[in-house]
Design a protein around this ligand. Structure first.
Ligand code: ADP
Ligand code: MG
Length: 253
């Protein structure tokens, strides 16, 4: 528990503390292993995980969002707020406390999916309000403000299908921010947008997160435009066995 006491006295608490966290996946005789010997993310940090398709980006992000269960954990602590002690995520998985993990996710984390994940039958406004609705938060103007900042205010009462792909990704970012989470996880949020729009959307996203002191973890296959935004890049190495049947990615940071 040394780290908990240390972090209490520091200006910036450690939001994620992982040690020897592993997730194995296997299908059709091919096995993939993601291994995280050590990872620490402090409050307000902006982190990028860059790598080719299949290297394990979504696997790591889904573990950080408590969606994917690690196969093995030495330590996994989460401290979303300076006012609370670090939460033992390893213990929650061990005890199969899915509801508590789900509650932590809903309260503290915003998630942006690669293709938005918007509900087609809800307006932009209602899509953006979803994360708030789940928490029982009323309309306090946050959604309208975010929509203005994201340049999509004129679309609030439209359905997602009437928007461009880039606009839809802005809505998805708005939804991930609307319940004022302390962490936003974004899985290749601009992969389906042209490079020019992607750069604009990514810099807007990082700017909004910066203003709100939100911790950001973003996966991408393109480093160039993310580097300019000052994100810290996580180191990772992928090894494939000669017969191609096992792949292991090791992430440290
Ligand atoms: N549903 C699945 N079942 C079994 N293995 C999977 C599944 N999805 C992904 N994998 C394996 O996990 C590896 C990492 O996947 P993923 O984390 O989605 O990578 P990325 O997001 O970097 O493209 C893949 O190369 C694949 O071997
Ligand atoms: Mg992925």
């Amino acid at each position: 528990m040394e780290n908990v006491f240390q972090s209490r006295n520091r200006a910036k608490p450690i939001v994620y503390h992982l040690r020897d966290v592993v997730r194995d996946r296997a299908s059709e005789g091919v096995t993939f292993r993601l291994r995280v010997p050590s990872l620490q993310i402090t409050q307000g940090e902006k982190i990028a995980l860059i790598g080719e398709s299949g290297c394990g980006k979504s696997t790591l992000l889904d573990m950080l969002a408590f969606i994917a269960q690690p196969s093995d954990i030495a330590a996994f602590r989460f401290r979303p707020d300076i006012d609370i002690d670090a939460i033992d995520i390893a213990h929650m998985w061990k005890k199969r406390q899915m509801n508590r993990l789900g509650d932590l996710r809903k309260r503290h984390i915003g998630y942006v999916m690669q293709t938005g994940g918007l509900l087609p039958y809800l307006t932009v406004r209602d899509n953006m309000s979803l994360s708030r609705g789940v928490l029982g938060l009323g309309d306090d103007g946050t959604v309208e403000t975010l929509a203005r900042e994201l340049g999509i205010a004129r679309h609030l009462d439209k359905l997602p299908e009437t928007l461009s792909v880039g606009e839809r990704q802005r809505v998805a970012i708005g939804r991930a921010l609307a319940h004022q989470p302390s962490i936003v996880i974004a899985d290749e949020p601009t992969a389906s947008v042209d490079p020019f729009a992607a750069e604009k959307i990514m810099s807007l996203f990082i700017e909004l997160a910066e203003q709100r002191n939100i911790t950001v973890v973003v996966a991408s296959h393109a480093w160039r435009h993310i580097k300019r935004l000052g994100l810290r890049r996580l180191a990772h190495h992928t090894h494939r066995s000669k017969d191609g049947r096992t792949t292991e990615t090791v992430v440290n940071g």
